[in-house]
Write a protein that binds this ligand. Structure first.
Ligand SMILES: NC(=O)c1ccc[n+]([C@@H]2O[C@H](COP(=O)([O-])OP(=O)(O)OC[C@H]3O[C@@H](n4cnc5c(N)ncnc54)[C@H](O)[C@@H]3O)[C@@H](O)[C@H]2O)c1
Length: 384
């Protein structure tokens, strides 16, 4: 297939582009490199020494003979150029990662709130709008987040996007299915909730074929393809804005920094390994909804853990101290989380669960680049 990967220079997008290219798909990356620019603005760097997108692509070509092409393009602010991409490439499918993805960054200031809303909503809308005009049979695969559901599960398993409800009709009760009511905990999560409505509208009104993957927190760093050469290495965020919890703990343990648990650590979250992320996208791309079908929503996660249990696991393996800090976020101190992830499992996902071997792999990577870490950037300074 001809596949355009929007946001293909990022943490999930780069290994996904390599994985899909390795499978024989024809990959074009669109990215405005804004994530690298935000690193400069924040004075932080990926712990791993990521190469430029041009070096990455030429290394892949040198190793495999496969050609990935690239456009430096702001999807949120250049509608005409987005149209050109669809006209010139006529893709069978697109994968849409091109959004500002950190909750703490989105809550940092009035300017980052505005940026996150404008960037994420316009990027999604420009892509859908262009597809309608130029390539209406193109399958859209979007990365959403488990965070749209919120973290209060009312004692049920979180379903895959739709909730069966029983409502009182004028003569009798009616059973129907609605989009699971969203309960975003940050401006970032709010934009993902708004994306859902854009998708529902375009699937209903224009018969677009759309898959929305509600992903858990991604951990790990390397995939089979990124391990082929150091020039293909994936990004590893550890700072208080972009670093995600399990990767942060592993990195903190590796440099002897007490593990930063926010609050009591009773927050339960969903997780997925980066190798499973790329596999799920392969599965989603090859299993599109039919024209006229509602948006296909799948929960892209493999396990749940409390933050405290993750810290204890990392501590028991490495001897790291745990420090319980005041929670900078407005969120419940404790929650349960049960999630239905049957769709991707039935399509063939074989989960990579958090095991000692994998944690070792990450610890080795982190130790190798530990001297690149600026410890002053570890605390989370964005508060809400
Ligand atoms: N990383 C996670 O743990 C996680 C968890 C759940 C969902 N997701 C979702 O997966 C997607 C990818 O996440 P990630 O961790 O790879 O993020 P990332 O920030 O590493 O990658 C996003 C990429 O999109 C690009 N981008 C952003 N706005 C753009 C625009 N207007 N035009 C062109 N390119 C643009 C950035 O430069 C970056 O390369 C996001 O949408 C995120 O919400 C990520």
């Amino acid at each position: 297939m001809k596949i355009v990967v929007f946001g293909g220079d990022g943490f999930c997008g780069w290994p996904t582009s390599l994985h899909l290219s390795d499978l024989g798909h024809d990959i074009h990356i669109v990215d405005n490199l804004s994530r690298r620019k935000i690193d400069c603005d924040l004075g932080v760097n990926s712990l791993t020494p990521i190469r430029s997108i041009f070096d990455r692509i030429s290394c892949w070509n040198e190793l495999t003979g496969k050609n990935i092409t690239f456009s430096n393009l702001d999807v949120a602010n250049s509608f005409e150029k987005v149209l050109d991409i669809f006209t010139e490439l006529s893709p069978d499918a697109i994968v849409h990662f091109a959004e500002q993805r950190a909750a703490p960054y989105s809550m940092k200031s009035a300017a980052t709130k505005n940026y996150t809303v404008n960037n994420n909503i316009s990027a999604t809308h420009n892509i859908l709008n262009a597809i309608c005009l130029v390539k209406p049979d193109c399958h859209v695969v979007h990365l959403g987040t488990m965070g749209v559901y919120g973290y209060g599960t009312a004692g049920i398993d979180i379903p895959e996007g739709y909730l069966e409800v029983n409502v009182a009709g004028s003569t009798e009760n009616q059973t129907t299915e609605i989009l699971y009511p969203t309960n975003p905990g940050s401006i970032y999560h709010l934009t993902k909730s708004m994306d859902q409505l854009l998708f529902a509208f375009y699937a209903k009104n224009n018969n677009l074929r759309i898959t929305d993957l509600h992903q858990g927190i991604v951990w790990g760093v390397e995939t089979k393809q990124t391990l082929k050469d150091e020039r293909l290495i994936n990004r590893f965020d550890y700072d208080g804005d972009y670093g995600t919890v399990l990767n942060r703990f592993l990195m903190q343990a590796a440099i002897g920094y007490p593990l930063t648990v926010h609050g009591s650590g009773g927050q339960t979250r969903a997780f997925i390994h980066i190798s499973d992320t790329v596999k799920c996208i392969e599965l989603a791309v090859s299993s599109p909804p039919k024209e006229g079908e509602r948006v296909k929503i799948m929960n892209q996660m493999t396990e749940t853990h409390t933050v405290k249990s993750l810290a204890e696991l990392v501590s028991s393996k490495t001897g790291a101290e745990i420090s319980y800090l005041k929670n900078p976020r407005k969120e419940a101190d404790e929650n349960e989380l049960n999630v239905n992830n049957a769709s991707l499992i039935s399509l063939g996902l074989n989960p990579t669960l958090l095991s000692d071997v994998l944690a070792d792999e990450i610890l080795d990577t982190v130790k190798k680049y530990a001297d690149r870490c600026n410890t002053s950037l570890i605390p989370c300074n964005s508060k809400w």
